[in-house]
Design a protein around this ligand. Structure first.
Ligand code: SAM
Length: 311
């Protein structure tokens, strides 16, 4: 089987299997050998690595990865691609294809079963319709992953790198920068794919921190606070938090916390740095904890949020 990463090689496989693209799965296959090399190079894949690839498609990037990595686990949702992959990857015994939705895969378990619990390198040309949920899953599941090298929409790649004050800065920027150091490593024009996407694409590398750059008492609260702060962008932070669902914090408490930190009370969420969010989170999670109702020995439910959700 010749290498797939060209227009001719890809079209031949599509014709052979009478494959029809599924728009709902964000299928845009790479056809540029230079860009494929650049992705594998940026990911620094070597024999010691087990790569987790999300969405192998017809196996184009998978072939490049399999030639450099110790092993590759490729998770593909589209059942129609599975027989194609067993053909295009037949010469690579170090590849395992799993027909599953990546959002449903237990990545920590996969690492225990396939890589003795050691960290994966994630490499992917991501389906753009679920870029953010996939990235959040990779980070929030605390699965062993030390490097993520992914093709995403250029606008989303830029958002991951933005800092306070920019229009693109938001919950995704803060989450990515809490867990990793982001670096855009290549831009990829639409003509490098079949079919060509309507948006520009970029490859971004996220190097996972061993320890986050800020410490907080309650990481889950920090992310609830960040989400609430960007849910109502046109409001000041205080007004946004005072109305936020799932956050038991009043406007007065948010104002008091900002005063304690020496931050102006009319500030908007997009002006706060990760460090400032971390300090605010520590003050407000304390306030929320003070409101908790003592545990009911029968139900063991003890938080005000639990009770609100039950009602
Ligand atoms: N890696 C191939 C390439 O570079 O040519 C294909 C990339 S294409 C942009 C995205 C791939 O992700 C498609 O094969 C699509 O079927 C697959 N995909 C979409 N949603 C998925 C999901 N939830 N879980 C796993 N794979 C998914």
């Amino acid at each position: 089987m010749p290498k797939l990463g060209t227009a001719a090689g890809t079209l031949e496989v599509l014709r052979k299997y009478d494959f029809h693209f599924q728009k709902k799965y964000g299928q845009n296959f790479l056809i540029d050998p230079n860009k494929l090399e650049a992705i594998v190079e940026a990911a620094g894949v070597g024999e010691e690595d087990c790569v987790l690839e999300i969405g192998p498609g017809i196996g184009t990037l998978t072939q490049y990865l399999a030639e450099r990595a110790g092993s590759v686990i490729a998770v593909e949702i589209d059942q129609a691609l599975i027989p194609i992959l067993s053909d295009t990857l037949s010469e690579y015994p170090n590849v395992t294809v799993i027909n599953e939705d990546i959002l449903k895969v237990d990545i920590a378990r996969l690492s225990r079963e396939k890589n003795a619990g050691r960290p994966f390198k994630v490499v992917a040309n991501l389906p753009y319709y679920i870029t953010t949920p996939i990235i959040m899953k990779l980070f929030e599941s605390h699965a062993p992953i030390d490097l993520i090298t992914i093709m995403v929409q250029t606008e989303v790649a830029e958002r991951m790198q933005e800092g306070p004050g920019s229009r693109e800065y938001g919950a995704l920027s803060l989450a990515v920068q809490y867990y990793s150091r982001p670096e855009i490593v290549a831009h990829v024009p639409a003509g490098c794919f079949i079919p060509a996407p309507k948006v520009g694409s970029s490859v971004i590398r996220l190097t996972r921190y061993e320890e986050p750059p800020v410490t907080v008492k309650d990481e889950a609260f920090l992310f609830r606070l960040i989400r609430a702060s960007f849910n109502q962008r046109r409001k000041t932070l205080i007004n946004g938090l005072g109305n936020a669902e799932g956050l038991a914090v009043t406007k007065a408490e948010a104002a008091q916390a900002l005063r304690t930190l020496g931050i102006p009370e009319n500030i908007r969420g997009e002006a706060l740095s990760l460090e400032q969010f971390a300090r605010l989170s520590d003050l407000l999670c304390q306030k929320e904890a003070e409101k908790k109702i003592p545990a009911d020995p029968q139900t063991k439910k003890n938080t005000r949020i639990d009770r609100q959700e039950d009602e």
